[in-house]
Design a protein around this ligand. Structure first.
Ligand SMILES: [Zn+2]
Length: 222
């Protein structure tokens, strides 16, 4: 996973050039997010969502990870209004560009709303009555909030992207029982989408390489 620096409108062209010359494909993009606390801030979340979708289009990414974009501190009524207004704009824009949105489960230390099945259901009931939005299953967040099984059991049909890291976005250098269990569970559910190594920005290239090798071994073994 690579980062395009905050509010840098031309950064995407540098990434586009690097991507195309590498011959690799960009499978997913993580949207810039803004966790709205007050309806007056909705326009900012919409702006972040739309520039991220433009970025996904420039990189030919078919899928974009989104957060609910609402703060966990907002009261239910305000949350509902903000979610309607934000996704009333972002969803049709994504559809026009042919990019699928995938809502990510958040961790308990995130300022955003949407960390477990109950909260994700509340969001989807408001923004996704037509069941067009997929799920980005973040293993690191699910481990931290202890909702790995409940999320997979509920959403295995809708998971279209997996964010992979140990707690605190640390790399997996060695196999752990939790990791083995989740990979076989996803495999048994028929998951065939991307596995995005979403590692802390301080992770060294050596650790990234080791993690990649480990995953290649574990995936071959399934
Ligand atoms: Zn994530």
């Amino acid at each position: 996973m690579k980062t395009i620096k905050k509010e840098n409108d031309t950064g995407v062209y540098r990434e586009q050039k690097a991507l195309f010359s590498s011959g690799l494909k960009c499978l997913t993009l993580h949207s810039a997010v803004f966790h709205v606390k007050d309806p007056i801030e909705v326009h900012q979340a919409v702006y972040y969502g739309k520039i991220s979708l433009e970025c996904a289009r420039a990189l030919c990414a078919p899928l974009m990870t989104i957060h609910s974009n609402v703060s966990k501190k907002t009261p239910k009524k305000v949350r509902e209004q903000c979610l309607q207004n934000i996704f009333g704009e972002i969803k049709p824009f994504a559809k026009k560009l042919g990019i699928k949105l995938a809502l990510e489960n958040l961790s308990h230390n995130s300022s955003g709303f949407g960390k477990n099945v109950e909260e994700i259901e509340e969001i989807l009931d408001i923004i996704d009555t037509d069941e067009e939005v997929g799920i980005t299953f973040d293993f690191c967040h699910a481990l931290e909030t202890k909702v790995v099984d409940e999320l997979i059991d509920k959403y295995y049909r809708r998971i279209c992207n997996v964010h992979m890291a140990n707690k605190a976005h640390k790399p997996f250098i060695k196999e752990t029982p939790e990791l083995t269990k989740i990979l076989s569970k996803l495999h048994n559910c028929g998951y065939e989408g991307p596995i995005t190594l979403e590692l802390d920005s301080k992770t060294s290239i050596e650790e990234i390489k080791k993690t990649k090798v480990l995953f290649e071994q574990l995936l071959r073994r399934l």
